[in-house]
Design a protein around this ligand. Structure first.
Ligand code: HAM
Length: 434
């Protein structure tokens, strides 16, 4: 037996109906905010993620599906390619490649699979789906304004509301910019690696990951979840004490809009995110029902990303929702269940040899009239046809044998009540619709 690869899974009906409900709602809400869809390739050159997401991140250093291409053409040979672990770098590459900045501020969204070789567990897969959006453009188009950050956060609050997701929490932070963050990083590094009077460093008493990060990427120490490390992390310098005036004012601009709109948030000074491109605003929405992997979405500002991959200055902000996790929170949603459970109104049962062809013609007419109709087979005995109708939860069964086609009138039976009427072909669609 060949099974789906570890960390991947099949999405089956009726659950796929919930996914469709989510995606249809997303398209509607994002449209109201004037976002347009972009679709970028599933694989890109490895260098894009190394330069965009950052060599030191877990994603790039440990989790990417990377291979060397072996094309026939000289130009293909030996090129290192990677399945996209996230979509922001691809969107910004497309922005640069197609000079989208010439068209002003871009508000783009995407829905699609991403790939990370993480340890699979509830809510964490190796192929997972993201619904993301990015606002990016030249500074003159207002891309740097805190109004953009607030608009993106408002859109998320509206989307979750429309989907019926209630128990979310918005955690918000500013991670500073290329001017002030290095100063904070340096202060962190010193606090972690300078020996105390007994010659012992803080980092040496922490977990292996923190010991490594203290040197390579001290900011990420703040993200550590190991309980024993928490008291030591609490003694580290605070990011908010190092933000420069520009970053402070920007953050205040974001929260002023959220406050005015009544969108609740918590400032979490330790929220630093796992990708290197972030500047200023960083955020996550968490959900109580999700367990350990409780981040339903994450995002933030990335004012230097375009330049990091060789493009023009183009400040941006965006987010990605983990669609797998979002769907998990909708398990109880009546709206989603209703969308998923569209049963056929009728099951057409051809009765007797030679009836498949005229029955096919009849169901085609009914479907063209906008009805959801399913179809049995001329070899089925009447009992089997009824079972077929019940299995698909049809409301009516329409029995059609030689006699019915000759009279052009059909026997329509409502399965729940057993009520039965004969309906002429011309009135059939109308009767079923009622
Ligand atoms: P991220 O925090 O790496 O950000 O991922 C965003 C969300 O994707 C997470 O909050 C989570 O819900 C979901 N996710 C991530 N990894 C997995 C996994 N292995 N299995 C299931 N779900 C997962 C980004 O990807 C950024 N590109 C977001 C962004 C867009 N920032 C600015 N623009």
């Amino acid at each position: 037996m060949i099974k789906a690869v570890r960390g991947t899974r099949d999405l089956l009906p009726p659950e796929t109906g919930v996914w469709n409900f989510v995606e249809a709602t997303v398209r509607e809400v994002f449209r109201a905010y004037n976002f347009h869809e972009i679709r970028t390739p599933i694989f890109e050159s490895t260098e894009l993620f190394a330069r965009g997401v950052g060599e030191e991140t877990d994603i790039v250093s440990k989790e990417m599906y990377t291979w060397e291409d072996r094309g026939r053409a000289e130009s293909d040979k030996g090129q290192s390619l990677t399945l996209r672990p996230e979509n922001t770098a691809g969107v910004v590459r497309a922005y640069v490649e197609h000079k989208l900045g010439d068209r002003g501020l871009q508000k783009l969204y995407y829905i699609g699979p991403q790939f990370r070789r993480e340890r699979p567990q509830k809510g964490r897969y190796r192929q997972f789906y993201q619904i993301g959006a990015e606002v990016i453009g030249p500074t003159a188009a207002g891309s740097e304004s805190p109004a953009r950050d607030a608009e993106v956060l408002t859109m998320l609050a509206d989307l979750l509301d429309r989907l019926g997701v209630r128990e979310w929490r918005l955690e918000l932070n500013s991670v500073g910019c290329k001017d002030c963050r290095p100063r904070f990083n340096e202060a962190l590094r010193r606090a972690l690696t300078e020996p105390d009077e007994n010659g012992v460093t803080l980092a040496s008493q922490m977990c292996g990951d923190c010991q490594r990060r203290a040197v390579t990427n001290p900011l990420r120490v703040l993200d550590c979840k190991v309980p024993e490390d928490q008291p030591m992390i609490a003694t580290l310098p605070r990011l908010s004490d190092y933000l420069d005036d520009g970053c402070r004012t920007h953050f205040a601009g974001v929260t002023a809009v959220l406050d005015a709109l009544g969108i609740a948030y918590t400032r979490n000074e330790r929220l630093v995110r796992g990708l290197d491109y972030y500047t200023r605003t960083a955020f996550e929405f968490t959900h109580g029902a999700l367990g350990a992997q409780n981040a339903i979405l994450g995002g933030g500002r990335y004012d230097g990303l375009s330049e990091a991959i060789g493009g023009p200055p183009a400040p941006g902000i965006g987010f990605a929702i983990g669609e797998d996790r979002l769907v998990m929170t909708l398990a109880e949603s009546a709206a989603a269940a209703g969308y998923a459970a569209v049963a056929p109104v009728a099951y057409v049962a051809p009765l007797g040899a030679g009836m498949n062809a005229p029955a096919a013609k009849l169901v085609r007419e009914l479907r063209a009239a906008g009805l959801v109709v399913d179809l049995g087979d001329e070899t089925f005995k009447i009992k089997k046809s009824f079972e077929g109708a019940e299995r698909v939860s049809a409301k009516y069964i329409v029995i059609c044998g030689e006699r019915e086609f000759a009279a052009d009138a059909f026997n329509v039976k409502e399965l729940a009540t057993g009520e039965q009427v004969t309906v002429p072909r011309t009135e059939l669609a109308g009767k079923l619709r009622r």
